[in-house]
Design a protein around this ligand. Structure first.
Ligand SMILES: C[S@@+](CC[C@H](N)C(=O)[O-])C[C@H]1O[C@@H](n2cnc3c(N)ncnc32)[C@H](O)[C@@H]1O
Length: 284
């Protein structure tokens, strides 16, 4: 028999039912009931916080065409996911809204919510300073002018992610790439959006798929650079891009470039014995 039962058996006949209930109320007040408390579930996030780890939903929420007119958000999710908890700098060229006052900033807001520790920078040929807020900073600049790009890059400092969603004119895309890619951090990501304009003469592109002067022409050449260690041309001097790009990913109208040391080595001397006059024992 428990202590409580013994107490009840002895005390209740003395104090009666009402007295007994009064004593129980006093006890409950003093020590509470002994039932274990159910664990309190953390409050469920609501609003933007509830969708902040799904970039497609965030893009739709903030109304950037990265999900909808285009299908870019799914690829960004895959290639930028690893940066979600990191402190880093992201620069997007092209804030949106063109010369319409008070319009633009959708993608910058999306990035801010996807990357809670990042500083988000935007650059546009138009003044978009109304978009500025905590962790979002905008600059006025022209991506066709290297000095404009360089001065903004200097103000930002470290560049970890660069997205070109600006004029989409091939000469501008090419100038921007040559100017900013060398400044991108090791392990950084460089993205070119809307590469369809590369095929449109009306947008300074070309119908010639092999044209060296289009954005796609430049980006396609980078893929050969991934394999520069396999080239057999005597005295070939690897370019900066050969040595510092370790991945180029092509999607419909979108290209994602991974910066990093590209020096995995080659087995060409073993495979091409006649050319290099080597024996299997002397090469690896
Ligand atoms: C497609 S919108 C950017 C959309 C935005 N990134 C988004 O996803 O919500 C392109 C922007 O690039 C800007 N732009 C056009 N030419 C430019 C140039 N030469 N330099 C910088 N920005 C330019 C336009 O003013 C426009 O706001």
């Amino acid at each position: 028999m428990s202590i409580q039962s013994v107490v009840k058996k002895v005390v209740k006949p003395v104090v009666g039912e009402r007295g007994w209930q009064a004593l129980r109320r006093v006890k409950r007040k003093a020590v509470g009931n002994n039932r274990p408390k159910a664990p309190v579930a953390p409050p469920k996030p609501t609003g933007v916080a509830a969708i902040s780890d799904d970039l497609c939903k965030l893009a739709a929420h903030f109304k950037t065409d990265k999900w909808g007119a285009h299908k870019y958000a799914q690829h960004y999710q895959r290639y930028l996911q690893h940066l979600r908890g990191e402190e880093f700098n992201l620069l997007e060229i092209g804030i949106g809204g063109y010369n319409r006052a008070g319009e633009g900033g959708a993608s910058l807001r999306m990035w801010k919510h996807f990357f809670p520790q990042a500083q988000i920078y935007g650059m546009d040929i138009q003044d978009k300073s109304f978009v500025d807020e905590d962790r979002i900073t905008t600059f006025i600049g022209d991506q066709s002018a290297p000095e404009s790009l360089l001065s903004i890059a200097e103000k930002i400092g470290k560049l970890d992610v660069i997205i070109d969603d600006g004029s989409h004119r091939s000469p501008h895309v090419i100038t921007t790439f040559h100017t900013l890619f060398p400044l991108l951090s090791d392990g950084g990501i460089y993205v070119v959006e809307d590469t369809q304009s590369s095929y449109w003469p009306e947008w300074m592109g070309s119908e010639d798929l092999d044209s060296p002067d289009t954005s796609m022409g430049l980006l396609k050449r980078l893929t050969d650079g991934l394999n520069y260690e396999e080239f057999v041309t005597e005295g070939y001097e690897p370019t900066y891009y050969d040595r510092n790009i370790r991945g180029v990913h092509f999607f419909h109208n979108l290209v994602i470039i991974e910066k990093g040391v590209n020096a995995e080595g080659t087995n060409k001397k073993r495979a091409l014995k006649a050319r290099y006059g080597t024996s299997p024992a002397s090469t690896s």
